[in-house]
Design a binder for this molecule. Structure first.
Ligand code: SAH
Ligand code: SF4
Length: 429
């Protein structure tokens, strides 16, 4: 979502005559789109901000716009601590940012733009200009989140769930496809509840309808979406997906924990058995699908036995990948106020353990792909290695392929020759 917001700002600022540069310290303005999901994300931004002190004291630039969730949380504090921060605006005030940046630049003002409440939305209506990869783009379909998982800060900083207008989404997606984008990922904190907040004549609008509408755009080759919530992943979504076509058989279904007690305390609204039943339905409907998950270890009060239930769940489901994290207390959330926090050392040990278990599973799954041929979209030069392109299978596996640069952007048959838990290597067929 932050990448997408950055892409829209890129469109808005270049449209106003600003030019993008890789030379951050030589620039007039630097824009940070921040995350505060865990303390570590915030610490990274604080240490980045610190790096601008010398340049500010010597040259008075670059000025910095600090946007995103951390801006919402830390707000007015930041310009006091880092005087080079001249614009602060949360994720629902993106629409005010281009003017604020211009104003801060031309008039030397500091602009802290407060949120107008969890339902107000001052969005930026500007086509995204993807820069990380011109073949793939994101489209946000809904802002905010109403789930209030007890550990999570997202509903507090990104406000209430608000679906974007379907026509606007289709317009944006088609303009991206017309501009050469081949793969789109639809984004939301819980994409499955798309449209549920519409109260007018669009009340029949559901995620499955939107998915099939975007999928029918001419020229689009691949369509993905993230994130799904296990409670709201209904069978109509599977029906649309199993119709084939461009929707990729790859689903992120965050489980967060394997113990019913922890799930209840996390306010996840499903049990382990219900989650496993859903996995069964997904695998019946989409036999080759890749399923990934998110998992938190060391939630307050999580006992060793309950933690082992997360480990056994990983072993039972055999996810393609698990995004794991040690629980990080976030101020203002119910879980952070508990007095039965798991010690940091113990959380670290649990994290190592789940990562080891998952690495073995991912290694075995990837190993089983060796010798087989898959369609790979070669979407960028590999970060390391001359003459290598990097691509993805429909199941979102990273593949490194020896291929000429002009093949970038095309979908090719690739025979997998080697694998690690995180990556495949292959040859063009
Ligand atoms: N809406 C999505 C993504 C939320 S943020 C979802 O529900 O899955 C991405 C992931 O960050 C979450 O899935 C969760 O695993 C992790 N996360 C959120 N809050 C956290 C916290 N306080 N400590 C550690 N991990 C957290
Ligand atoms: Fe956070 Fe839960 Fe919303 Fe995901 S669904 S963003 S974990 S509150």
């Amino acid at each position: 979502m932050n990448a997408y917001d950055g892409d829209r700002l890129r469109g808005a600022m270049t449209g106003r005559g600003w030019r993008e540069t890789d030379d951050v310290f030589g620039s007039d303005f630097a824009i940070f789109v921040t995350c505060c999901i865990r303390d570590k994300a915030e610490q990274k931004v604080l240490s980045e901000l610190g790096r601008f002190r010398a340049s500010w004291e010597r040259k008075g630039r670059p000025r910095i716009a600090l946007l995103g969730c951390m801006a919402e949380r830390a707000g007015a504090e930041l310009p006091k601590r880092f005087p080079w921060v001249r614009v602060v605006a949360g994720p629902r005030r993106l629409g005010a940012v281009p003017d604020a940046i211009t104003d801060a630049y031309e008039n030397g003002r500091v602009r802290v733009i407060p949120s107008a409440g969890p339902r107000a939305l001052d969005d930026l209506y500007c086509a995204p200009v993807p820069n990380a990869n011109r073949h793939k783009a994101y489209v946000t379909i809904a802002h905010g989140c109403d789930q209030f998982c007890s550990y999570c800060i997202v509903p507090h900083v990104r406000g209430r769930f608000a679906s974007r207008d379907p026509d606007e989404i289709i317009r944006e997606a088609s303009s991206l496809v017309e501009g050469g984008v081949k793969e789109i990922t639809l984004l939301g904190q819980n994409v499955n509840t798309y449209g549920r907040d519409f109260v007018d004549g669009r009340s029949g609008c559901r995620f499955s309808n939107l998915l099939s509408d975007v999928a029918s755009l001419k020229g689009l080759r691949r369509l993905r979406f993230t994130t799904s919530h296990p409670v709201d992943f209904t069978d109509d979504i599977l029906d649309v997906m199993s119709g084939g076509g461009v929707i990729c058989p790859s689903i992120n279904l965050p489980v967060q924990a394997g113990s019913d007690k922890v799930l209840r305390e996390m306010n996840r609204r499903y049990t382990r058995a219900e989650y496993l039943a859903l996995i069964g339905r997904v695998r019946d409907a989409l036999p080759g699908a890749a399923i990934t998950t998110d998992l938190i270890v060391g939630f307050p009060g999580e006992t060793e036995r309950e933690f082992e239930e997360s480990v056994s769940l990983l072993e039972e489901v055999r996810f393609d990948l698990a995004h794991t994290a040690a629980y990080s207390p976030r101020e203002g959330t119910p879980a952070a106020a508990r007095d039965d926090q798991v010690p940091a050392g113990e959380k670290a040990r649990r994290l190592v353990r789940v990562n080891e278990v998952q690495a073995l599973i991912s290694r075995a799954i990837n190993k089983s792909m060796e010798g087989r041929t898959f369609e790979v979209m070669l979407d960028e030069a590999a970060p390391r290695g001359e003459g290598l392109l990097q691509g993805r299978t429909v199941t979102d596996k990273v593949v490194l392929v020896r291929a000429p640069g002009e093949m970038e952007g095309s979908i090719r048959g690739v025979r997998v020759t080697a694998s690690t838990p995180w990556c495949l290597e292959g040859d063009l067929t």
